[in-house]
Structures are given as structure tokens and as C-alpha cells.
Ligand binder design. Structure first.
Ligand code: SF4
Length: 278
């Protein structure tokens, strides 16, 4: 079938940097090191690095020796615990996540009550919220009642959210009548480029395939945006998840991939889909 690829898709610079840092550290140490949480939300990459010696733990109290901090970053409490345990920290936090952490701390220093628009359970958001006291994390209109009645608010956003979602939530906060609100745009430009390219492609095709890990927030957001364009959309991890009925009766398929999806997954999927006859 005819297959078109999004103009921007796949690995972002933050993920590439984290993987290169892990590989370089493994080569230098010549033995296993630990990663606090999976390095990226992609099973295939995590398994490949595990074969080279990158052991994953979710519990800082399990850590000994060298520990890699992934691109999502960690809160200051976790970093302090790791240092207290004598761990050697190799920091692969993405520069854009570091920026969000710094802005949260600065907003609090300037007297703003910090509000993070993001998913409270996402590792990046959990870490970012640790850089100021009493941060409020909200992600839906139903959660707006958790905001204080007055005072100065400083608002940032989870890096992987869409501009539309951030704008909608900021608008709803502003409508509640605060006298002072400072909004800092912490959205990731790599994610924004992938979202814009995915939306453009979704408007030209009969079916969209969005490739990436089930846990990957930015891949889920891509799938959500494509589906919003009214096109049949499937979020798959790799070619083996493909079912012929997904492309049944369709002429043109579009492919995009999340920021943590390696190139070989996109290439394998594209090649197989081009050879497929609906
Ligand atoms: S998606 Fe953006 S913020 Fe997240 S690691 Fe990649 S470049 Fe950094």
C-alpha cells in the first residue's frame, strides 16, 4: 500500500543523549551499571541495553555503584538519597527537563505558588514538582478546584504535552480571576515538531500508525492528536502488533513515531506496510 512518513518522527536529542551516555558509561566502566527507572519508554531499547549491562531499578535504596539518571530527571530528594548512599551519579537528564526544574525553583523563589500542568504520575513531572514547596499538579479541568483561591500563580507544563492542551488549561486558570499569573512555556520543541508533522500527515491519509512504547506519554499524545483529525489511528509498538484489518479498505497509510522510538522499528514497519496489500 502507499505509505507516507511524517516529516519529523522518532528519537529526539534528549533520548539520543541518554542512550549515548548509557553506552559510553557502560564501555568506560567495563561492567554493569544501574539506571533509576527504564532509560526511555521503549521496551526494545531497554532490553538491548540490559544485554550490555544496564540494570534497571525503581527503588533508590537498591542503588549501589554507578547510577544513570535518565532523560526524565529526578527530584532533589532522590538525588540527595543517592548521594547519601555513596552512589556515583551519571546525569543524562534532558536539558529541557533541567530548564523546567530550574524555572520551578525560580518561580517559588520569586513568591509564586507553582502550578505544573502535567500527569502527576509521570516520572518527569514527579521530579520537576520536587524543585519547589507545595507544587500543585493538575492535568484536567476537573482538577482546577485544587488551585488556591487567590495569590500569585506561576504555571509551567510537562514538556511532552501539546500546545493546545497547555493553552486550554492556562485559559481555564486565567478565567478564575487571579490578580497575577506568570506562565512559562516549558514545552519541548522536538515534541512540538513531531506533533505538527503528525497532524499534517493525518489530514492526508486514510489510516495512521503511531509507533512507540505503550508507556510513552509523547507517543500517546501523538496518537491522540491524529485521532482528533478524524482519521483511523493505531498506536502500536512494532510490526508484530499489526493486524491486516487495521489497513483493510484503506489506500494511503501514514506513519509517525514517538521521541523514544528507534529508527529500526520505523524502518521495519514501513518496509512491511509498503509490501502489504489491503
Ligand atoms: S521529548 Fe523533549 S524534553 Fe523529552 S527528552 Fe526528548 S528533547 Fe528532552
Amino acid at each position: 500500500m502507499e505509505v507516507r512518513l511524517a516529516k519529523k518522527l522518532g528519537f529526539c536529542f534528549g533520548v539520543e543523549h541518554a542512550i549515548q551516555t548509557a553506552e559510553k558509561t557502560l564501555a568506560e566502566r567495563g561492567g554493569p551499571i544501574m539506571s533509576l527507572g527504564e532509560i526511555i519508554h521503549n521496551r526494545q531499547v531497554v532490553e538491548a541495553l540490559a544485554d550490555k549491562g544496564l540494570k534497571v531499578t525503581d527503588d533508590p535504596s537498591d542503588v549501589s555503584g554507578t547510577v544513570l539518571i535518565r532523560s526524565h530527571g529526578e527530584g532533589p530528594d532522590v538525588l540527595a538519597e543517592l548521594r547519601g548512599r555513596g552512589a556515583e551519579i551519571v546525569d543524562a537528564t534532558c536539558v529541557l527537563v533541567k530548564r523546567a526544574q530550574k524555572i520551578v525553583a525560580e518561580l517559588a523563589d520569586d513568591g509564586y505558588r507553582v502550578v505544573v500542568i502535567g500527569q502527576a504520575s509521570h516520572p518527569e513531572v514527579r521530579g520537576v514538582c520536587g524543585y519547589a514547596p507545595d507544587v500543585i499538579c493538575i492535568d484536567t479541568p476537573e482538577e482546577l478546584d485544587r488551585l488556591p483561591a487567590g495569590g500569585k500563580l506561576g504555571i509551567i507544563c510537562q514538556t511532552t504535552h501539546s500546545l493546545e492542551h497547555f493553552g486550554r488549561m492556562v485559559g481555564l486558570v486565567v478565567a478564575r480571576g487571579y490578580s497575577e499569573i506568570k506562565v512559562v512555556n516549558t514545552l519541548c520543541s522536538a515534541v512540538r515538531d513531531r506533533q505538527a508533522a503528525a497532524v499534517e500527515l493525518a489530514r492526508q491519509v486514510d489510516v495512521m500508525f503511531v509507533l512507540g512504547g505503550r508507556q510513552s506519554a509523547n507517543t500517546r499524545e501523538l496518537a491522540h492528536l491524529c485521532a482528533e483529525q478524524g482519521v483511523s489511528t493505531h498506536h502500536l509498538e512494532k510490526w508484530s502488533d499489526f493486524q491486516p484489518e487495521m489497513a483493510g479498505g484503506k489506500k494511503i497509510a501514514g506513519i509517525t513515531a514517538g521521541a523514544s522510538t528507534p529508527k529500526w522499528i520505523v524502518e521495519e514497519f514501513t518496509e512491511n506496510l509498503r509490501a502489504f496489500e489491503p
